[in-house]
Design a protein around this ligand. Sequence first.
Ligand SMILES: *Cc1c(COP(=O)(O)O)cnc(C)c1O
Length: 400
Amino acid sequence: MNLDKRFASALMPNYGVPPLALSHGQGCRVWDTDGREYLDLIAGIAVSALGHAHPAIVEAVTRQVGAIAHTSNLYMHEREIELAERLLTLIGADGRVFFANSGAEANEAALKLVRRRQGPGRPVVVAAERSFHGRTMGSLAITGKASIREPFGPFGLDVRFVPFGDVDALRAAVAGGPGQFSAAGGDCGAVVVEPCLGESGVIPAPDGYLRAARGICDETGALLVVDEIQSGIGRTGAWFMCQREGVLPDVLTLAKGLGGGLPIGACVGLGECGDAFAKGDHGSTFGGNPVACAAALAVLDTIERDGLLASVTAVGERLAAGISATTHPLLSGVRGAGLWLAAVLTSDVAVAVEASARQAGFLVNAVQPDAIRLAPPLILTAAEAGEFLSALPGILDGAA
Ligand SMILES: *Cc1c(COP(=O)(O)O)cnc(C)c1O
């Protein structure tokens, strides 16, 4: 039986049947099970930061799995401590780290941290419309996309949604709900925000929005939780996107690119938020797994050693400029930062563009009906970006 049929009969239908089965990869290239080669411009949804089969990750993971693959939280291991120290150094602030296995789990830890720190008197979380924070019941409760959230409510969490990027709406929502305005911040425990909406189509916050959110939180005592699960670890050319505005959150959540393809998430509590959890307050059997931590350290080392932040900025600018310079009736523009872009289309043809790109040997993602997301490995070269730009007019013709 072919893989399509076996997938459909053995796996739950929540993803539908994907169009390709991948067998292996090397650098920014992947091959499907029929031996066709593709330039990977989506990197497993901004995950494979160093591309595929990068020697630094292969070596680190191989060495670690041969030494000890799992300790549980009953025992320490050095890689986890080292990774926490490294992350705090990159953030540039004092704090403490909790390791999880995914983005949703990192956000769940953040929600519990907020509850622990703010107590039951400030139960409200303010989150953005069109945001995405994960699929578990807590992270889904704060996800601003009604079509994926509402079928699973009610949730045990009091959430106030505000239009993304609107400072006045944020201030009003943090100060209080209808009829319960309080200048002191009343019932709002935290604001949770992405610096750039990922799943809604790579939509950066307006300049100054994060800084304004920081100010509102400072005035009212709400905690600022910044979800950098997709934007962090060099994706935009900065280690963390909030650093581009000089904003230090109270809680920062990370996952996707951190492990370079190995599953790991992190909830970083900064300042006093690092001390929010007492012994016994939270945990994870696999969180901080030595193999995942070794992979993450290899990712951070390689980004640093190979100057990838500068490369992400330069290659990203080249890619964005090339898309923006492409004139085609289906293409209206480009948005995003670093190697995290959306090619914006003039109508709802993203699925056809994705399929046409695949035919032409490029993996991209129809993130919205009218937007194609590019989130390639951070090691993408200018020449590889050029390959896609040369092919783009033909890809768009193929979708028309
Ligand atoms: C992907 C993503 C998540 C969820 O991460 P999972 O690992 O899929 O649970 C949360 N927040 C943002 C911003 C994301 O992009």
